[in-house]
Design a protein around this ligand. Sequence first.
Ligand code: HEC
Ligand code: HEC
Ligand code: HEC
Ligand code: HEC
Length: 525
Amino acid sequence: MNSTLLHSALAALALLGVATVSGCNDVNTELRTPVYSTSIKEDSTRISDFAKEFPLQYNSYMKNSESSVMTEYKGSVPFHKNDNVNPLPKGWKHAQPYLKNLWLGYPFMYEYNEARGHTLAIQDFVNIDRINRYGEKGTLPATCWNCKTPKMMTWIEQYGDDFWSKDVNAFRGREAIDAKDETIGCANCHDPKTMELRLYSEPLKDWLKRSGKDWNTMSRNEKRSYVCAQCHVEYYFTHKDNGPASRPVFPWDNGFDPEDIYQYYKGHGPKGADGKPGPFSDWVHAASKVPMIKMQHPEFETFQDGPHGAAGVSCADCHMPYQRVDGKKVSSHWMTSPLKDPELRACRQCHADKTADYLRERVLYTQKKCFDQLLKAQEVSVKAHEAIRLANADIETNAGELHPQHQALMAEAREMVRKGQIFWDYVSAENSVGFHNPTKALDTLMTSAECSQKAIDLAQQATNYRISAALAGDIKTIVPPILEFSRKLQQDPSVLESNPWLKLLPTLPKADKVWEGQDNLTAAR
Ligand code: HEC
Ligand code: HEC
Ligand code: HEC
Ligand code: HEC
């Protein structure tokens, strides 16, 4: 049978499969993804290689470049997530003003934007200020490429575990990668020969192995979420004491909840004198000097035991709904906010008895409540860092008598500011503003605020309350939000004078850009 015939025969079968599930109120129960026999190279990493044989999915995937539509809280304009002052595209009404403060001393303080579509991932990556553009080296590991391109498969085959700890900029130039055609694409989720769903992701494959799960025996429905869990998850980079340096790992050995992940990080850092790994940290906060964790978009962890995840609904059900194009039923490959569709068709394939307005209101109801609590938890977290900073200074300068247990109290205070911020970031970095799991989002924010408040109380107690007066009042006047900051601004001492916390950072040496996007400017000079 030639490939076109096989293709259409199977497509017809797939259509039948689709026909039996459309309109029902439950999840997709067909056994497998339609199988094709293509003429695409098995090691293809280019999106354009798939265009001829799969024009419908290809055209749909290209819509991921749409980058102007916003929903109430989310959408695809890449505004600065800390800026609630300027209008779009720079800022947005529901931004979180304290992000730069909470990440003080970590590259996230330079730039952090709202996500947009997969086809723009490399362009956004090579233009973000988190990667150092003022030197040849980006000063981040190549691991960052892991969620930006299917070319990871080629690089891992070439370099093995030596890949991860190379400098990120080693793969940045136009000769290394095609930003448009080799961005996140078909080969990240599909076997190019058969188009069956497959995993390219090393950390997800590692986790399946560690937890005794086998991709080949998973249900179709699980796969329709796990392909997304290759990237839309929390991860960290292995410390060299514990395995191949900077290899990405999903911290799921204790479970998916923030408490499980927090406990996990206690034992995956550098090895101590006893030979056992101590706490892992991403960076040390510049105000409180506490070793911190930056959480990254835990969509899968949040969703899997929420109302939809627990009921067996998959990521693809909402973000890749079935559509009829040219009379054929295909999965939408425009993976974006389902609320961008005024009719909310993705939701109404299951909630057929509800109107789009009703469903949108339900989403907004959850999001507003979660976002309001998120802002409160964030403010307590800032205050907790300030309390520890003040207490550190009080102790260092021998300002007066200390609580007899001040060392233990301060140790606990540092643990609590770290835990409070991990919990806050679990919800903050998660991209649904609570919708994927409303109960977990609110529970996590409550614990966050509780831990941060405890840090404040303990730091005051340790100093016999000498720092209390300096902490009284509105945090916005004690430590104002840092609205604008970048690597360039850090080269200017007068900028560092403009906020009490920016004063705590070193001035960077004056330097010109070495990289602009994918271009090395020194090579051109
Ligand atoms: C992020 C993961 C992901 C990417 C990237 C992706 N797909 Fe898919 N694709 C899926 C999922 C999930 C399904 C649904 C599979 C199922 O229901 O079993 C699917 C289904 C398909 C199907 C089966 C028919 C259908 O429409 O349901 C084809 C063909 C296909 N994709 C082609 C492509 C092409 C071509 C590209 C690149 C332009 C691409 N896909 C990119 C995840 C992805
Ligand atoms: C290879 C890694 C990777 C995989 C696999 C992946 N994503 Fe993404 N996703 C990203 C990155 C990175 C971005 C942000 C890109 C940017 O902002 O430039 C993103 C953005 C998104 C967005 C925001 C789009 C917008 O318009 O704002 C949605 C929604 C999304 N992904 C859903 C999914 C779903 C659903 C799946 C599985 C079917 C999936 N992703 C699989 C990495 C991935
Ligand atoms: C029941 C439907 C549903 C399921 C299942 C679901 N999502 Fe979502 N997702 C939503 C809604 C609704 C939003 C909020 C969109 C908004 O506010 O504009 C959202 C938001 C997102 C966003 C941010 C979109 C943006 O505009 O930036 C990403 C990324 C995302 N989801 C990924 C996932 C992943 C990955 C999974 C599976 C692990 C998943 N979702 C499962 C409905 C769903
Ligand atoms: C594949 C089917 C499916 C899709 C698609 C789907 N849902 Fe659901 N939805 C469910 C199921 C199943 C439940 C759980 C019902 C139960 O357990 O009583 C649910 C529950 C809900 C609830 C009640 C949740 C709660 O906290 O009690 C809301 C609200 C909801 N869905 C909104 C949406 C929205 C909005 C979308 C689109 C973004 C959507 N759903 C897409 C199947 C789906």
